[in-house]
Design a protein. Structure first.
Length: 94
């Protein structure tokens, strides 16, 4: 299985658009930063061709410190979940 890196995406977009590598890289950086910033502000970021990024808050839970065997409360935190669109899942499946 191979991997697609940001550098690869920049190259692909540059070849398709004719923009300079630096311009494409800045656009991609701003796009990704915008997704992250809006995920902090809202509970959901919807990107129709791909899917939804959702921020969910986990509940506080009980745990045990393995060194002292003392019971501790593990605070809830925000976790990011991604739900792909049906179209995206079908395209990847093929």
């Amino acid at each position: 299985m191979s991997r697609l890196t940001k550098r690869d995406v920049v190259t692909i977009v540059r070849e398709k658009t004719g923009f300079k590598r630096k311009e494409v890289s800045e656009i991609i950086d701003e796009t990704l930063n915008s997704i992250v910033e809006n995920a902090k502000r809202y509970d959901e970021v919807n990107l129709p061709p791909l899917g939804k990024f959702m921020v969910k808050k986990t509940k506080d839970r009980n745990g045990i410190n393995p060194n002292t065997k003392e019971q501790v409360v593990i605070k809830g935190r925000n976790v990011v979940k991604f739900k792909p669109t049906t179209t995206f899942k079908e395209e990847v499946k093929e």
